[in-house]
Design a protein around this ligand. Structure first.
Ligand code: NAD
Length: 292
């Protein structure tokens, strides 16, 4: 078997076209241009690339965006003051604090300080609580991107067994909550596996939909996948290749697993573009909320 490759970039491009139309209509109706402020602290090269990609995606969608670049020595007090200023700025609708933060800053203290109405990453406890109760204000970007991929690919989720490897606050845990709730592309039976799970392969082999969010390159091998399963690879890992260059690989051994799965996302070009697309959607939502 050779799996169908789920083209996250094409799906994301189509969704971004639709968001751009809605941003334009919103602007005409209200005179308000949705505005995302991104804060990049320190000089982590991967973070700089992520923030640049988010900024470009905003520009192409008609969303205003600016990037505050702060030195690696920024203190927690200084960053809290910047977040407070953005919270109070009526022209800013969404605030994105790029992680990871330098060691001297407690990320929880910063994320908790972002006002929930501008929390486009859906990291604030109030927004996470609302998500858990099934009445979300924003959907977290990567889990929402995964769910949209399943919708666009018409993967039957209701009643299916979804196995998620990874229980992070950013991906695994909120994704489990979203897929087990009632609703479209949800109503699944969800198993969450993690570093302490016993008999991981025994569990992953029972998955109709297997989602890997581990952060270990090519961790999921063909023998861990039930024939015909849909495999979603959230991982983004930079590895060196024999020529001395580096490349991005996912958490799934793509070449081997695509011989077993019925459909699979590539890395790059799978979940990544969807994550940014959901950030654009959330920024438009935040702009609407600012008028209520
Ligand atoms: P994380 O490090 O916070 O969590 C990793 C999870 O994997 C943990 O819950 C851990 O228990 C589990 N795990 C680790 N080793 C394991 C093992 N041997 N067996 C079973 N479980 C194991 O990572 P994260 O923030 O959730 O990110 C995961 C991956 O997804 C990373 O590669 C990251 O770069 C990528 N990511 C991609 C996007 C995107 O837009 N595509 C967004 C966020 C994260």
């Amino acid at each position: 078997m050779s799996a169908r490759i789920i083209d996250g970039k094409a799906i994301a491009d189509a969704m971004r076209g639709d968001i751009a139309d809605r941003v334009s209509a919103f602007r005409q109706q209200t005179g308000v241009v949705p505005h995302l402020a991104a804060v990049l602290t320190g000089d982590d090269p991967a973070s700089a690339v992520y923030v640049r990609n988010k900024h470009l995606a905003c520009e192409r969608t008609g969303i205003d965006s600016d990037v505050l670049r702060l030195p690696a020595e920024t203190t927690q007090t200084e960053l809290l003051a910047i977040v407070a200023r953005l919270n109070a700025d009526r022209a800013v609708h969404g605030i994105l604090v790029q992680l990871p933060l330098p060691r001297q800053i407690d990320p929880q203290a910063i994320l908790d300080a972002v006002t929930p109405l501008k929390d486009v990453d859906c990291f604030h406890p109030e927004n996470v609580g609302r998500l858990m109760q099934g009445r979300p204000r924003f959907l977290p970007c990567t889990p929402a991107g995964v769910q949209q991929l399943l919708i666009h690919e018409q993967v039957p989720v209701a009643g299916s067994h979804v196995v998620i490897i990874g229980r992070s606050e950013i991906v695994g845990k909120p994704l489990a909550a979203m897929l087990m709730q009632k609703g479209p592309a949800a109503d699944a039976t969800v198993t969450v596996c993690h570093s302490r799970t016993r008999d991981l392969t025994g569990l992953t082999r029972t998955a109709d939909i297997l989602i890997a969010a581990i952060g270990v390159s090519e961790f999921v091998k063909a023998g861990m996948v039930k024939p015909g399963a849909v495999v979603i690879d959230v991982g983004i890992n930079r590895v060196g290749d024999p020529s001395g260059k580096s490349k991005l690989v996912g958490d799934v051994d793509f070449a081997a697993v695509s011989q077993v799965a019925s459909a699979i996302t590539p890395v790059p070009g799978g979940v990544g573009p969807m994550t940014i697309t959901m950030l654009l959607e959330n920024t438009l939502t935040a702009a609407r909320l600012s008028l209520q």
